[in-house]
Design a protein around this ligand. Structure first.
Ligand code: SAH
Length: 256
């Protein structure tokens, strides 16, 4: 018995010595643990600051949107190397030359859809999955299309981790919309085409709203809110200048 006990004790003591040695090499000033290992409370506090400063402070008024921005864990949707900026009010790289949008823009576009819990919404440009999560947190039935296959997988995993696995994602060119799931109460496009895709206008319900940035890649783009007033009647309102990654087209997507 005693022999066995010593056998266990020695590795434990050695491990302790190694840890102590490692500890001595660290900087004398205590630094905070990396964000990955901080408690969820830290992220919640940062998120609350973001909601007060960049969402309510910048003029977002919809209670549903404010609530959604306060619950969706944005840190789950940003790459580890940018965790410390997860709740800053600017876009962040997510790989493949793409970005997760600025929190204020996510909130503004969601608010401008003017949809209600239970409505059906299409997003073009899933990216990280964050915008889709915010839509789902507003109680919407979310369909989202992403053209880059590896981003579809990452977004799916991140949505699951955040608790929004009900979002349906399709790997395709979003220019053509999602005809089988149409018509939609709202459509939100998070990459900029140089013209408004006709198929998306056709997949809106009468009374539905399309929110879309339009303009040349890297140039001046304008964010539009387009409401379908009747079968063949649309009203466009400008929401101002924005900068989005371009809506890219797949080669086999047709010539339209
Ligand atoms: N809504 C995203 C922002 C993504 S950036 C988020 O919350 O993180 C824009 C995304 O649009 C990119 O992931 C890009 O790959 C995608 N995209 C570009 N062209 C597309 C197209 N034709 N169809 C679908 N997605 C497209």
């Amino acid at each position: 018995m005693r022999k066995r006990a010593y056998g266990l004790l020695l590795p434990v003591l050695l491990a302790g010595l190694c840890l102590a040695a490692a500890g001595e090499r660290q900087a004398p000033v205590a630094s905070p643990p990396p964000l990955q290992v901080r408690s969820p409370d830290v992220f919640q506090a940062l998120r609350q600051e973001m909601v007060e400063g960049a969402i309510i402070g910048w003029g977002i008024q919809s209670p549903d949107v404010i609530r959604a921005m306060g619950v969706v864990p944005r840190h789950v949707f940003v790459p580890d190397e940018y965790l410390d900026q997860a709740y800053a009010n600017h876009p962040l790289p997510i790989g493949h030359g793409q970005t997760i949008s600025q929190p204020y823009i996510v909130a503004l576009m969601t608010q401008e859809l003017e949809v209600q819990s239970g409505d059906r919404v299409l997003e073009i440009g899933t990216g990280s999955g964050y915008q889709a999560a915010v839509l789902a947190a507003c109680g919407l039935e979310v369909f989202s299309i992403e053209v880059i296959g590896s981003l579809v997988e990452v977004a799916q995993a991140q949505l699951e981790e955040a608790g929004y696995q009900q979002v349906q994602i399709r790997h395709a060119d979003g220019y053509w919309g999602w005809p089988e799931a149409a018509p939609f109460d709202g459509i939100i496009v998070t990459a900029a085409p140089d013209h408004v895709p006709q198929p998306l206008l056709g997949q809106l319900k009468v009374g539905g709203v399309l929110v879309i940035p339009v303009g040349p890649p890297g140039g001046y783009q304008e964010l539009w809110r387009i409401e379908r007033l009747a079968e063949a009647d649309y009203r466009s309102t400008s929401l101002g200048g924005v900068r989005f990654v371009p809506l890219t087209r797949t080669e086999d997507a047709g010539s339209d």
